[in-house]
Design a protein around this ligand. Sequence first.
Ligand code: 3HC
Length: 337
Amino acid sequence: MYTQSFNVPDTDANAGSPLKSVPHDTALQAHFDAVVDADGKIEPRDWMPDAYRKTLVRQISQHAHSEIVGMLPEGNWISRAPSLKRKAILVAKVQDEGGHGLYLYSAAETLGTSRDQMFDALHSGKAKYSSIFNYPTLTWADVGVVGWLVDGAAIMNQIPLCRCSFGPYARAMIRVCKEESFHQRQGFESLMTMMQGTSEQKAMVQDAVNRWWWKCLAMFGPPDADSPNSVQGMRWGIKRISNDDLRQKFVDATVPQAEVLGVTLPDPDLKWNEARGHHDYGQIDWDEFWAVVNGDGPCNKERLATRVKAWNDGAWVRESALAHARKQEARAMKEAA
Ligand code: 3HC
């Protein structure tokens, strides 16, 4: 079941690796703290506390899993896109998400955890991935709303990660954010087109917004007071902005976009608060969020089963690629001899 966090194996799994943890040393710790405090970058070859490494593997691998599981709800619509143009855009977007997963798995591998270990955690249900991808995409309007709201929320969360203290993660996020920005715009543009269409199309967009809005707010993670990882993540410069602050930024940025689009955000408590300089908004259903995170969302089982099937069906491709690489290596050694 999809219930547990991804626990990084203890150091014996890294035994013999050049990346294995170095015994704690005050001078090394002081150097690490100084780099982090000065907003510098920690690189894979640098000494880092075990807990920092573990946190990064947890977050980056969860993020990578979210990217590749996130391909599924939209991938379902490739064969049903309403025009060649929309199909081409959607294919490109879904491919981009696969690419994001690959950059992120590579970034996590630099911390000494293998891709096989990470896939195993995902496929056995031990690893988390974003709650948002456990909801179904029921109509074509959902594809636009996923671009506009889900990718919009993802960018809000991910832009600060471009300044993350761990170099490979920060660098991967720069490219990811550029591509996510295209994803968000294509979603908005697709919805804009529908909102200029028939009353049925407009109703379809409004229905999709109604179903996705609250899930997108929950996507930023639990309230700061209930977020066990935030304080340390921010101390280490991994997280730069808290879950609640990012959620607020997302609400404030999205309200005017909804007005341009002509849709209503489904929250009677949503209103501008002059004193705070922000929008107030209603209560998020955290019971639902935790149920989804703990494996009881509408699509958890389906998403995991699809991933496992894709992995098993692709075994022959991986085996062929390895056999080819072995042949190439043998040929190169023979020529060099
Ligand atoms: N879905 C599932 N689990 C979530 C979650 C969500 N939306 N939000 C939080 N959680 C989990 C955390 O992983 C943590 O569990 P763990 O300790 O077992 O790992 C627990 O809830 C408590 O949350 P915290 O706030 O203490 O955890 P973090 O400090 O790690 O913050 C986070 C959570 C904000 C998601 C942070 O990890 C993060 O910024 N991650 C990187 C970005 C990411 O993973 N985004 C996912 C979406 S990617 C995407 O949408 C793809 C795009 O193409 C659309």
